[in-house]
Design a protein around this ligand. Sequence first.
Ligand code: SER
Length: 899
Amino acid sequence: MQTHEIRKRFLDHFVTAGHAEVPSASVILDDPNLLFVNAGMVQFVPYFLGQQKPPWDRATSVQKCIRTPDIDEVGITTRHNTFFQMAGNFSFGDYFKKGAIEFAWTLLTNPQDQGGYGFDPEKLWATVYLDDDEAITLWQEVAGLPLERIQRRGMADNYWSMGIPGPCGPSSEIYVDRGPEYGVDGGPEANEDRYIEIWNLVFMQNERGEGTGKSDFEILGPLPRQNIDTGMGVERVACLLQGVDNVYETDLMRPVIDLVAGIAPRGYGVGNHADDVRYRIIADHSRTAAIIIGDGVSPGNDGRGYVLRRLLRRVIRSAKLLGIDTPIVGDLMASVRDSMAPSYPELATDFDRINRIAVAEETAFNRTLASGSRLFDDAANATKASGASVLSGTDAFTLHDTYGFPIELTLEMAAETGLTVDEEGFRGLMAEQRQRAKADAAARKHAHADLSAYRELVDAGPTEFTGFDELTSEATILGIFVDGKRVPVVAHDAGISAERVELVLDRTPLYAESGGQIADVGAITGTGSSGAARAAVTDVQKIAKTLFVHRVTVESGEFVEGDTVVAAVDPTWRHGATQGHSGTHMVHAALRQVLGPNAVQAGSLNRPGYLRFDFNWQGALSDAQREQIEVVTNEAVQADYAVNTMYTKLEKAKAMGAMALFGEAYPEDVRLVEIGGPFSLELCGGTHVHNSAQIGPVTLLGESSVGSGVRRVEAYVGLDSFKYLAKERALLAGLASSLKVPSDEVPARVANLVERLRVAEKELDRSRLANARAAAANAAAGAELVGRVRVVAQRMAGGVSAGDLRSLVGDVKGKLGSEPGVVALVADPVEGSDAVPYVVAVNPAAQDLGFSANDLVKVLGATLHGRGGGKADLAQGSGSGAAHVDAALSALLAEIAKG
Ligand code: SER
C-alpha cells in the first residue's frame, strides 16, 4: 500500500467517525520551547490546556514532524527518520480511552478491501502505563488482545508530555511483531527492532509543571477535560505494509536512493553496510532539509538554521564518501519534490527558493571543503615532518568546527595519507563543546521556567498597546514583580536597587522590544494614596508575545497593585526610534531594488539614530552597489512618501507581496506598513514616521559578513547621520589644515607624501648598509687569532636586516683570506623590536679544523634564546634581547677557543 493511500485511509477513517480534517501546521510554530514541531498535537495545545475553545470536539490530521535527537541512528536502525508524518486523531473532551482504542484497532485490523490496513491481529501488541488497569481491561474487551501481549511500562516510555507547563497523560502504544528473523521474542519490552511501535495513544488528562526529562516532573493537576491525542507513524506503517526492510526503502524515500545509486560508483544493497547507511542518510536528510526550507528556514550557525546546515552537510559528505564528486543537492531536492509534493504542494510551488537555498549551502560547503582540505594537508605534512603518525585531536576538531568537516571525512583522508587521528582527543574536545552548549541551553530553559510567575497575568489576556496613537496613556497596575517574584507593593525607599522591579499594566504606549526595534524608554507616574510616585522605564519586554513587562527604577513614592498610573514614552526617543525603524524599511527596499529579490532579510536591529540590516547574499557588495543602495534610499526618503499602516489577513498580505521574515510565525491578522506604495511593503508591528522625509539623511557605514552567506549593512539615520557626516568633514578639514592644502587636494597630497617617504626610506637603507660595510671592513682588519682561527665576532649597530647581515658576513669572510677563519655578526634590534638576527660563516680551512657554522650558530642561540641553523659554511638565526649580545659573542669565542 502506497504512503499516500495510507494517509488517505487514516483521514477517511476518522472523518467518517465525525472528526474535522485539519491541515498540517508548519514545522515552525511560535513556541520558545520547541525548535521544530515534533508531534501532531502541538498545534492543538491551547485546546488541551483549556486556554482556547476548540472549534470542533474531534479532529484528525497528518502532521509534518521533525525529530533530530536521534540523528546518529538514521540509516543504522530500520526505523529512525528526522522527518516523518504523524497521523493523529484528537478528542477535546469528547471520547476518551475506550474510543481511542476502538478507533485505532478497527483501522489497523480491518481488511484492506474494507478500507483498513489489514494487520494480522495476532501480530499486534500493546503497552500501557504502569498502573493503567483500565487500559488493560479495554484492550482485552474492545480488541480481544490477550493479557500476554499487553505490557506495563514506566514513565519514560508510556507517559507523554509537551511543554512546561503543558498537557500530559499516560499513554498506550501499539506495536507490530515483525517475526523471529528480527530478533528475540518477549514483546516491545525486550526488543524494539523486532516489535516496531506504530501508534501512540495518549490519554491527555493532566497538566505538567516544572521538571526535567521524560519522567522527572511535577504533575500540577487535572486538565479541565479529558482528551485524546494519538500519533501514528506513517513511514513505519508504510514500511510494514510494503514489506520492505526499513523505512528508507518505502515508496516515498526509495527514489532518492535509486537516484544516488545511478550516480555513485558503488551501489546500494550490495553488501557494504557503511555505504548503505550513507544512502539512507542522504534519502532521509535531503527530504527533511527540503521540508524545513519549505517552511522558511535558511542554513545558519544556531537554532533551526544549524539543524538544517548539519543535515545538508551530512548529505553532501555522505555523497562524497560514496565517491560522488559532482554537485548533487539540486537533483535530490527535485526528487524529494516529486515524491512529496502530492501531499505537501509547497514543495512544488516554492521549489525554486528551496532549491536555491539548498544548492547555495552545497556550494558554500564545497568551498570550506576546499580550504579545510588545505588545512588538512598542512596539518598532515607537519605531523609527518615531526616524525609522528597521529593527527592531533585539535586539528580534527578545528576541521570539524571551523570547516564543517565531519570526523569521518577527516578519518578517511588521514588513512589515505597513512596517518591515524587522535579520535579520543577529538571526542574530548567535542564533549567539552557539547557541555558548554548544554549549560547554555539549561541556563536558557531556567530563564524560561522562571516565567511561571507571570502565568496568571498572561492567562488574563494581552496588554493593550496604545503607542501607535498616543505617547501618554492612563493605565492600571496589574502586577508588580521584584526579582521575578510577585509583590503587592514596591516603594522607592525600600532600598531595592535599579533594574530589579517590573510593572505590568493593562495598557501602555511603551513599545516592547520586537521585530528588530528596541524598547521605548519613558516613565510611569502615579498619584496613589501615598502621594506622587515616579518610575523610570529602562526596558520593555514581552512575555508569551502578549504581556508587556516594564523594567523600571522607582525614583520616588510607591506603586501598589491596582493603582491608576500614567505611562509615558520619552517623545525624543520615540521620534528617533521611528526614524530608525522606517529607515530600516527604506534600506531593505533599496537593497532589493539594487540586488534583486534574492537579497532576503535575515534579521535587523534599529534604535534611535542607528540601524543594521542582515540579508542573505554570497560575497561582498561592490562599492558601486553600496553607493547605489545609499542613493536609492535617500532619494526615496527625499520623495516624502506617506507611510500607511493597515491590518489584514496574512494570506492577503502575502498575496499583496508584503515582505515577511522567513522562519517567523505570524498571526492570522497582521499589520502592514507601506511606504511609497510599491516601494516598500512589510509585515511589521513597529512604530514608524508619518512621511518618509521625517527619517532624515541615511548614511551607510559599511557592509560586512556575519556568517556564511549572510551580509550586514549598518547605517546612521536622522541627526546621527548628520553628526557623523559633520565629524568626517571636521576630520578632513583638520587634515587639510595640517597639510596646508585645500580639502580637495588632500588625497593627491597624501599620495605624494607617501611616495616621498618611500624614496627617503630606501635612501636611508642604502646609507645604513654602506656604514655597515665600512664597519665590517674595519672588523676584518682587526680580526683576532683564537687558537688557530682568525675570528671576527662583531655586534652591528643601526638595525641591519638579516639579509644584509648575510651579505656582510660574506664580504668579511672574503677579506680574511685562505687561513682558517670564522665570522659571526649579530645585529642590534631595530627600533620598536626586540629581535636580534645573527649570521655565522666558517671558511673551508676552518671547516677542515672541524668547525661548523651550524654548530656555532646554536651557541649564539643558546645565549640569545633564539633558534637557527644552516650548513657547515653558513648558518643564521634570530633571538631576542640586545642586552645579551656581548655575552653571546663571548660564549662563541670561548667555544672556538676549545678548538
Ligand atoms: N503526542 C504523542 C506522540 O507524539 C501522540 O501523538 O507520540
